[in-house]
Design a protein around this ligand. Structure first.
Ligand SMILES: NC(=O)c1ccc[n+]([C@@H]2O[C@H](COP(=O)([O-])OP(=O)(O)OC[C@H]3O[C@@H](n4cnc5c(N)ncnc54)[C@H](O)[C@@H]3O)[C@@H](O)[C@H]2O)c1
Length: 329
């Protein structure tokens, strides 16, 4: 495939909006699609702020910032992707939803278009199986946040062609990324290694070997990691960590990937509470104060409009319980 001129990004959440920004800044026309109009409004606001920050830091000239913003278009209609040379899907991590989207994309996009998924863990071969072009389906796993993290992990499905791989690698390199290539096994490379380490940190806490501070400090100073594994689990979201451990456990069939009961238990408790309050969640263990800030920020962004003071208290209470358990008080 010759140079990509237009890409479609599906899902305007945390990852999709970052990928859209990256593409627009690197001279590609972008259609950003989401089924939720509020997600598109939030994404455009955050993209505009982010471009402004890049201009004020001297990373882009005013003209380049304006051009990048002009290259971005939002839509709620997937049919607009008929123009895309390359599509990157970044909707929620749900196999059935991704298969439905890939089946639609297969019908809508040009025969030559490459269809990539930013999935963290779902099999590319299975996603590709619902299309008539499995050789043009590939995993393009950006790290969070996409504009900053240097790595893209490319995942080849069983039928992905060399041409598709080369075009995807060229696009990632055009975005200034370093590429690694994984075969299509659960967790690919990065999560296959990272998530068991995080899970083991939970087991270390669960079995009373050490406090959370000592576990995180041990890994930071003892192995030069910028963040301890428990702090990193907070950053990723405990629900995401649990989901990926379940995928590793089921996909690789080894009990060494069984999620730590402490991770399972606390995800269940916190998710149940936030779900029944109708509050969007990404479960983090962070200190009660930090959690309050996250919820208030979401409230300001309109993501958590019904979070009352009492709801914040419920969440703070849960956080305190969790925090205490983690400290084995
Ligand atoms: N968050 C991370 O750290 C991270 C890192 C790497 C990869 N990923 C992967 O990227 C993908 C997206 O993750 P995220 O954190 O950006 O999620 P997110 O929840 O922030 O955003 C997902 C967006 O997709 C939209 N969406 C859901 N179903 C849709 C559909 N059928 N059609 C159109 N839009 C739809 C939602 O409205 C939402 O705005 C997932 O596959 C995830 O595993 C996430």
């Amino acid at each position: 495939m010759d140079g990509v001129k237009t890409i479609g990004v599906l899902g305007a959440g945390q990852m999709g909006s970052g990928i859209a920004q990256l593409a627009a800044v690197h001279g590609v026309d972008v259609w950003l699609m989401d089924s939720d109009p509020n997600a598109l409004t939030r994404a455009m606001k955050s993209l505009s702020n982010s471009m402004q920050r890049m201009v004020s830091k001297g990373q882009l000239s005013q003209g380049e910032g304006t051009d990048a913003l002009n290259r971005l278009r939002c839509t709620s209609d997937i049919e607009d992707f008929h123009i895309a040379d390359f599509v990157i899907e970044a909707i929620a991590e749900n196999e059935a939803a991704k298969k439905k989207i890939f089946s639609d994309l297969d019908k809508i996009t040009k025969d030559s278009s490459i269809l990539a998924s930013n999935t963290s863990s779902i099999s590319i071969t299975r996603i590709a199986s619902v299309t008539s072009r499995p050789h043009q389906v590939i995993g393009m796993h950006f790290m969070n946040p996409p504009p900053i993290m240097k790595l893209v992990e490319i995942v080849r499905g069983a039928d992905t062609s060399d041409e598709t791989f080369k075009a995807t690698k060229a696009l990632a390199e055009r975005f200034g990324k370093t590429v690694i290539c994984s075969q299509d096994y659960s967790g690919f490379i990065v999560n296959r290694i990272l998530m068991p380490m995080i899970n083991e940190a939970f087991f270390t806490l669960y079995t009373g070997v050490a406090t959370k501070e000592d576990i995180d400090t041990g890994m930071k100073l003892g192995t030069n990691h910028p963040m301890g594994p428990l702090e990193l689990a907070d950053f990723i979201g405990l629900d995401v960590c649990l989901f990926i451990m379940k995928i590793l456990h089921a996909g690789l069939g080894d009990t060494k990937y069984a999620p730590c009961p402490l991770l399972v238990q606390n995800c269940k408790t916190i998710i149940a509470s936030l779900k029944c309050k109708g509050i969007p969640y990404r479960v983090r263990t962070g200190s009660p104060r930090k959690r309050k800030v996250v919820v208030q920020k979401r409230k300001q962004e309109g993501r958590c409009s019904n979070a009352s003071t009492s709801e914040l208290k419920v969440q703070r209470g849960l956080q305190v319980q969790w925090w205490n358990r983690r400290n084995m008080i």
